[in-house]
Write a protein of this length. Structure first.
Length: 117
């Protein structure tokens, strides 16, 4: 099983980034996918989640209207489009997969996002 995040980097405030998480080794379409983030000295928090068929999403209040989670079950990939980035969005971003039976859970290794001028 692998979850491999990509797309992180350094961006100026107000800028955009698109994160990707490529999954392998499990039946992607039967897993709820989420993005989490962890800033230095803070607990990991859930940013966004999407149902296994993509029909339902939810977001943390801090990112509503700025971030969009999506997925392609054909490509076994989940995305996080991040717009209007703020310095407080700086964190390591992780993707997480949870089976719809909630019996299995996997994490990616994380990708750093830094928002700074």
């Amino acid at each position: 099983v692998q979850l491999v995040e990509s797309g992180g980097g350094l961006v100026q405030p107000g800028g955009s980034l698109r994160l990707s998480c490529a999954a392998s080794g499990f039946t992607f379409s039967t897993y709820v996918m989420s993005w989490y983030r962890q800033a230095p000295g803070k607990e990991r928090e859930r940013v966004a989640a999407i149902s296994n068929n993509g029909g339902s999403t939810n977001y943390a209040d801090s990112v509503k209207g700025r971030f969009t989670i999506s997925r392609s079950n054909a490509k076994n990939t989940v995305y996080l489009q991040m717009n209007s980035l703020k310095p407080e969005d700086t964190a390591v971003y992780y993707c997480k997969a949870v089976s719809i039976t909630m019996s299995e859970e996997y994490w990616g290794q994380g990708t750093q996002v830094t928002v700074s001028s």
